[in-house]
Design a protein around this ligand. Structure first.
Ligand code: THU
Length: 127
């Protein structure tokens, strides 16, 4: 299996644990680090809606909080069968911590590949 195919499977696993009772949209993410480890994340919604957490942030923070320094790639899948491009907030978040990340969007239709720089051109950056 290719790396994107493995990440697709891992992200689909993560999707199972998503808690999205309000939007109904479950999102799963798998992050591949430079050391070759995979971390998974999914979205969590809260009755206080502003507190909801996107899957990308959960997965990236799981990796970083385990001491990972560099993320090579992340795969995003969702429960509605369509591609799920990361929201603006997650793009900014991913770029801050993983400026060279490849971002894969997976669905039953196939896998699309982007870089975070393509998804967030002219980004605001840390001074
Ligand atoms: N969501 C993510 O997990 N990642 C994104 O990049 C876009 C949105 C989640 C948040 C919320 O739980 C649901 O999808 C609907 O917006």
């Amino acid at each position: 299996m290719s790396t994107p195919e493995i990440l697709y499977q891992e992200a689909c696993e993560a999707l199972k644990y998503a808690d999205a009772p309000y939007s109904g949209l479950k999102v799963g993410v798998a992050v591949l680090t430079e050391r070759g480890k995979v971390y998974r994340g999914c979205n969590f919604e809260n009755p206080s809606l502003m507190m909801s957490l996107c899957a990308e942030k959960v997965a990236v923070l799981k990796a970083l909080s385990e001491g990972e320094k560099e993320i090579k790639a992340l795969m995003i899948v969702s429960s509605d069968g369509d591609y799920c491009p990361p929201c603006g907030s997650c793009r900014q978040f991913i770029l801050e911590y993983t400026p060279n990340a490849e971002v894969y969007l997976g669905s039953k239709k196939g896998i699309k590949k982007y870089t975070i720089k393509e998804l967030l051109p002219h980004a605001f950056k840390r001074r």
